[in-house]
Design a protein around this ligand. Structure first.
Ligand code: SF4
Ligand code: SF4
Length: 259
């Protein structure tokens, strides 16, 4: 990038609830510092103003669910030096990927008075299924500290420093008693990627996997343990089929419990 020019940051929305973009707005003081370092060229959640590309860094929230999305994400790629996807929708297809397990036209005919007005794909897919993505930041929503780390890393030209271990490791680090061992509560922490700070177990709740699968998760072993704690196939199908239902490891494990 030319010296003296602030790098251009763009934030794009596809099928999503806007929660991950709100994590960026929630950065408050830090966002002002980011705004000093970068030119926020496009961010319609925050401002109507829009500067044309090319962009140095594009943050993409949301999944691909329409033919128009497919065209638009290729435009984003063409106009961006780096593309980072943020959140479960963008990295795995989101809760809307539940359609991938059923016939979407059935839903459309039940929900809309004029189904013929709806132009939708039969699946909800992550951005990386359509274009090259430089980094995926997980979570539903994402963790704002991790988001700032990712933005800083790309501005500095280095790899983001984010953990690839499980939520269990975060519990151990903060001294949280294991809800599965101590209370017999089934928990997805052993197969879920760290990054949230193990918030739920810290409040004696089980992890429901909103950060998606960690690297090489042993979901079959965890499912066996959950069975010993009283879950049946219907329960197991449900726990793996939430925000990250279409992430391959969770998708395959949920399919193993279809009856
Ligand atoms: S990942 Fe979760 S919080 Fe983020 S946009 Fe999707 S549904 Fe909303
Ligand atoms: S503990 Fe699990 S469900 Fe709770 S915020 Fe962290 S990853 Fe999400």
């Amino acid at each position: 990038m030319a010296s003296g020019r602030r790098p251009k940051l763009a934030v794009w929305k596809f099928a999503s609830c806007d929660g991950c973009q709100l994590s960026l707005l929630d950065c408050e003081d830090e966002l002002l510092m980011v705004a000093e370092e970068v030119e926020i060229a496009t961010f319609i959640e925050a401002t109507k103003g829009r500067t044309r590309g090319p962009y140095d860094l594009s943050l993409v929230e949301g999944s691909i669910t329409t033919p128009h999305d497919v065209e638009r994400i290729h435009q984003v790629r063409r106009s961006s030096k780096h593309v980072v996807t943020i959140g479960a929708c963008a990295t795995a297809g989101g809760i809307q990927a539940l359609r991938n397990f059923r016939d979407v036209h059935e839903f459309v005919s039940v929900v809309y008075a004029r189904p013929d007005y709806i132009d939708t794909l039969s699946t909800s897919t992550p951005i990386a299924d359509h274009i090259k993505v430089d980094f995926e930041l997980r979570g539903c929503p994402i963790n704002k500290v991790q988001l700032l780390e990712v933005i800083s890393a790309f501005l500095a030209g280095r790899r983001p420093n984010t953990p690839s271990s499980s939520v269990c490791e975060e519990c151990k680090r903060r001294g949280t008693v294991c809800v599965m061992v101590a209370h017999g509560t089934p928990c997805l922490g052993p197969v879920t990627q760290a990054g949230c700070g193990a918030i739920c177990p810290a409040y004696s709740r089980s992890c429901y996997g909103c950060f998606g699968p960690m690297e090489t998760p042993n979901t079959a072993s965890l499912a066996s343990q959950c069975r010993r704690l009283g879950m049946d196939d219907a329960d197991l199908l449900q726990v793996f089929r939430t925000f990250n239902a279409n992430a391959p490891a969770f998708r395959d494990e949920s399919r193993a419990h279809e009856r």
